[in-house]
Design a binder for this molecule. Structure first.
Ligand SMILES: [Zn+2]
Length: 235
């Protein structure tokens, strides 16, 4: 597959497709049946959407700029700026009753540049990213994602603990495996719902990975194929 073709596919995928893409890459996905696969997707998306609705019921029209204030108002959350040693835009360190959110601003800048390059000659693509076409907006988006994980941790509501684990047959019985990707599905759905985004936040990651060469277009094609396999699995 060419890079151009892959970059066209990214804009055709729905948020749910992206969630399927994430779940199909979970290391225990091969133990999930077709029915469970759909249950995890819908259950995790619902949890993220509900959490966003809770916040929106208290504060209407939450914007990206509100995120630093929302983070500050939550006891136990601290936000710092990287470099943190990871090539990801944001991550959280969980310790005791404290969450340290680390933002890598240079990675956020890079992501923004990739999005702008991707949309440069195409008016419809520019329309897709108008909601997230500035550094401040993209920063708010990443803060909201980490905020969801902080809340999960601080309130002992980890989504992967809430949803049923997958069962794996072992020599003498069954072993249970937590599907950690469901937390990611909820966090991304939370962000999409909180800001009423028209595109999936995961689409932005794929545009970045494909334009920078971090993800090979053929590998992307293989990942898409994994969704089909996971949805047909009858284990
Ligand atoms: Zn996450």
């Amino acid at each position: 597959m060419t890079r151009g073709k892959a970059l066209c596919i990214v804009e055709s995928l729905s948020h749910k497709n992206y969630m399927e893409l994430l779940l199909s890459q979970d290391k225990y996905c091969k133990y999930i049946s077709k029915e469970q696969f759909l249950k995890y997707i819908e259950g995790a998306m619902e949890i993220g959407n509900c959490k966003a609705e809770d916040i929106k019921s208290e504060q209407k029209n939450v914007t990206f700029r509100d995120m630093p204030g929302i983070m500050k108002s939550e006891p136990g959350i601290e936000t710092v700026t990287g470099p943190g040693g990871y090539q990801i835009a944001a991550y959280t360190v969980f310790q005791g009753n404290h969450c340290k959110v680390v933002l890598n601003e240079d990675v956020i800048e890079l992501k923004l540049k990739c999005l702008k390059d991707w949309a440069a000659d195409d008016i419809s693509r520019q329309g897709l990213i108008t909601e997230i076409n500035s550094f401040e907006k993209l920063k708010g988006l990443h803060l909201a994602h980490e905020y969801f994980h902080c809340i999960e941790y601080l309130r002992c509501e980890r989504v992967y603990e809430k949803l049923e684990p997958a069962e794996v047959k072992v020599l003498f019985g069954k072993s249970q495996k937590k599907i950690r990707t469901v937390s990611e599905i909820s966090a991304h759905s939370f962000v999409k719902s909180l800001f009423s985004l028209s595109v999936s936040p995961v689409m932005l990651d794929y545009i970045t990975m494909l334009t920078t060469g971090m993800l090979d277009p053929d590998e992307f094609q293989k990942q898409l194929e994994k969704i089909r396999i996971a949805k047909e699995s009858v284990c």
